[in-house]
Design a protein around this ligand. Structure first.
Ligand code: FAD
Ligand code: NAD
Length: 476
C-alpha cells in the first residue's frame, strides 16, 4: 500500500530538514528522505553543510587558527610554550566528532518534530508520487499533497582536470586529508579556496591559489577585497590572479599544472596536491522522471518563481538546487517559508539582505550593497569607516586588523550596505542585518548604546563616521 503524506521533502540538508520540521510543526504529516553516504558507506542527514561543508570546514578553520595563533602569538601574551606540535589525527578526530554529533542531531530533530526520516534515494514521478530506493536496493512508493525538492549541489569540475580524490581533490577530500601536503595548489580564490587554502597553509603547506579572474573577490566590496588580499599575501598565501589552468598531469606522486597568467604567458607548477574549488553546480541527477513536468534553467537549476514554486502544482524547490546564492542560511529560510506557504501561513524571504561570511582570518562579512553596486545604480550615498586598530577590545584580543564600513543613502540616511573585515566579522554582521531588516538609519545605530569594550562598538563608530562624528578615531 502507498504511504500518503501531506509533504514529502527530498534532501535533508539545511534547506530540506528545516522545511520538514516546520511542516511538521504546522501539523502536517511529513516524510524527509536523504541519500547522503559518507566515505565509509554510512548514511547521514544534514547534507553537504553538515557532512562536507560549513561545519567540518569551520571545525578545521578553528583548530588551524588556534594552532597558528599559538605558534605566532603566545609569546606576545607573555606565554612561553616550547615544544608545541601538530597532531593532525586528533584534529581530524575532533572534526569528525563534531560532524557526527551534528548530523545525529538532525535525525533527532526530525524525529522529535514527528517527521518520518528515511535514508534512500528519492525520485519524483508524475502525480506527486515519490519512488524511494533504499540502500539494499528495495523500492517503495510514497504519495504526497506537496513535494519539496532540496537536492543541493555538487562541486563543479574543470575540463582536463578529473578529480581522482588523491592528487586532484575536491573540497570534501580536502577536509579529510590525513597528512599535510608539502605543497598545495588551490584552483579558485572563491570562498572555498580561501577557507581551505588558509587551513592547510596554517598547518604547514606551501599554498598557491590560482584564480582566473583579475579582480580578487569580485563579489565583495573592493575596499574590503583589497584589504583581505593584503592580509592573505602577508600570511603567505601565494594568490595569483588572472591565472587560468589549462591542463594537469599526474606522475611520480605529484601533479604538474599548466596555466596561463594575466599576460597570456604559459606557466607550469609542480605540486603534491591540487584542490579544485571553482564553484558548485545544482545537483538534480535522477531526482525526477522526465515526464513529471519540471524544468531546469540553462545553468541546471530547477526553475522556480520568487516563492519557490516549480512549474508543477504542489511541487516546490529550495536551497542550492534553485537560483540565488549557495548558502546554508538562504536555503534554510526558503525551506521554512515553503513549509509555511503550504500551510497557508505568511512567509517572506528577503533576498536583498542575505549576509555573506568568509571564515578566514581576518574574517570577512557583508550584507546589502557594495560601493561598486551603488555607483553602478547611480545611488547618491555616504560612507563611514572605522578601523579595528582603534577598538580597545580588538587590541586586547591581539586582533586589531581590518575595519567596518557602512554605506548609507545621502538623503534618507538609511543603511544600504555594511562591510566588515576583522575579528568576529561573521558575528558582527548580524547586528547590521537586523538593523537593515528594520530599515534603520545610521542615526539609529549612532543612538544605540553599545557595551564597552566590545567589537560591536566598531559598528557604532562606523555609523558615527558616516556623519564625520566618530569619537574614537582621528581619521573621522
Ligand atoms: P545540501 O546541503 O547539498 O543537501 C542536499 C541533500 O539532498 C544531500 O544530503 C543529498 O544527499 C540529498 N539528495 C540529493 N538528491 C537526492 C535524492 N534524489 N534523493 C534523496 N536525497 C537526495 N554555506 C554557508 O552558508 N556557510 C558556510 O560556512 C559554508 N561553508 C561551506 C564549505 C564547503 C567546503 C562547502 C562545500 C560548502 C559550504 N557552504 C557554506 C555551502 C552550503 O554547504 C550549501 O549552501 C548548503 O549545504 C546547501 O543546502 P541544501 O540543503 O540546498 O543542499
Ligand atoms: P566560488 O564561486 O565562490 O569561487 C570559485 C572561484 O573559482 C571563482 O573566483 C572563479 O573565478 C574561480 N574559477 C573558476 N574557474 C576557474 C579556473 N578554470 N581557473 C581558476 N579559477 C577559476 O565557489 P566555491 O569557492 O567553489 O564555493 C562554492 C559555493 O559554496 C559558493 O557559492 C559559496 O557561496 C559556498 N560556500 C560558502 C561558504 C561560506 O559561506 N563561508 C564557504 C564555502 C562555500
Amino acid at each position: 500500500m502507498t504511504d500518503v503524506f501531506d509533504v514529502v521533502v527530498i534532501g535533508a540538508g539545511p534547506a530540506g530538514y528545516p522545511a520538514a520540521i516546520r511542516a511538521a510543526q504546522n501539523g502536517l504529516k511529513v516524510a524527509c528522505i536523504d541519500a547522503w553516504k559518507n566515505r565509509d558507506g554510512s548514511a547521514a542527514f544534514g547534507g553537504t553543510c553538515l557532512n562536507a561543508g560549513c561545519i567540518p570546514s569551520k571545525a578545521l578553520l578553528e583548530s588551524s587558527e588556534l594552532y597558528e595563533r599559538c605558534r605566532t602569538e603566545l609569546a606576545v601574551h607573555g606565554i612561553q610554550a616550547a615544544g608545541m606540535t601538530l597532531d593532525l589525527a586528533a584534529m581530524q578526530k575532533r572534526r569528525a566528532g563534531i560532524v557526527r554529533t551534528m548530523t545525529g542531531g538532525v535525525a533527532a530533530l526530525l524525529k522529535a518534530a514527528g517527521a518520518t526520516a528515511l535514508h534512500g534515494s528519492a525520485r519524483l514521478l508524475p502525480g506527486r508520487r515519490v519512488e524511494v530506493t533504499a540502500a539494499d536496493g528495495s523500492r517503495s512508493e510514497l504519495a504526497a499533497r506537496h513535494v519539496v525538492l532540496a537536492s543541493g549541489s555538487s562541486p563543479s569540475e574543470l575540463k582536463g582536470l578529473p578529480v581522482d580524490h588523491r592528487y586532484i581533490i575536491d573540497s570534501w577530500d580536502a577536509l579529510e586529508l590525513t597528512s599535510v601536503p608539502r605543497t598545495l595548489v588551490v584552483i579558485g580564490a572563491g570562498i572555498i579556496g580561501l577557507e581551505l587554502g588558509s587551513v592547510w597553509r596554517r598547518l604547514g603547506a606551501k599554498v598557491v591559489v590560482l584564480e582566473a579572474l583579475e579582480h580578487f573577490l569580485a563579489i565583495a566590496d573592493q575596499q574590503l577585497a583589497l584589504e583581505a588580499l593584503r592580509h592573505f599575501k602577508k600570511q603567505g598565501l601565494d594568490i595569483r590572479l588572472g591565472a587560468t589552468v589549462t591542463a594537469a598531469t599526474v606522475a611520480d606522486g605529484a601533479v604538474s599544472l599548466q596555466y596561463r597568467d594575466q599576460g597570456g604567458a604559459a606557466n607550469s607548477l609542480r605540486t603534491d596536491q591540487v584542490i579544485v574549488a571553482v564553484g558548485r553546480r545544482p545537483f538534480t541527477a535522477n531526482l525526477f522522471a522526465a515526464d513529471c513536468g519540471l524544468g531546469l534553467d540553462e545553468r541546471g537549476f530547477i526553475q522556480v518563481d520568487a516563492q519557490c514554486r516549480t512549474r508543477v502544482e504542489g511541487v516546490w524547490a529550495v536551497g542550492d538546487c534553485v537560483r540565488g546564492p549557495m548558502l546554508a542560511h538562504k536555503g534554510k529560510e526558503e525551506g521554512i517559508a515553503v513549509a509555511d506557504r503550504i500551510t497557508a501561513r505568511y512567509a517572506h524571504v528577503n533576498y536583498d539582505l542575505i549576509p555573506s561570511v568568509i571564515y578566514t582570518a581576518p574574517e570577512i562579512a557583508w550584507v546589502g550593497k557594495t560601493e561598486e553596486q551603488l555607483k553602478a545604480d547611480g545611488t547618491v550615498y555616504k560612507s563611514g569607516v572605522f578601523p579595528f586598530a582603534a577598538s580597545g577590545r580588538a587590541r586586547a584580543m591581539q586582533a586589531a586588523v581590518g575595519f567596518v564600513k557602512i554605506l548609507a543613502a545621502q538623503g534618507s540616511d538609511s543603511i544600504l550596505g555594511v562591510h566588515i573585515i576583522g575579528p568576529m566579522a561573521g558575528e558582527l554582521i548580524a547586528e547590521a542585518t537586523l538593523a537593515m531588516e528594520f530599515q534603520a538609519s545610521t542615526e539609529d545605530l549612532q543612538r544605540t548604546i553599545h557595551a564597552h569594550p566590545t567589537l560591536a562598538e566598531a559598528l557604532h563608530e562606523a555609523a558615527l563616521a558616516v556623519d564625520k562624528r566618530a569619537i574614537d578615531n582621528i581619521n573621522r
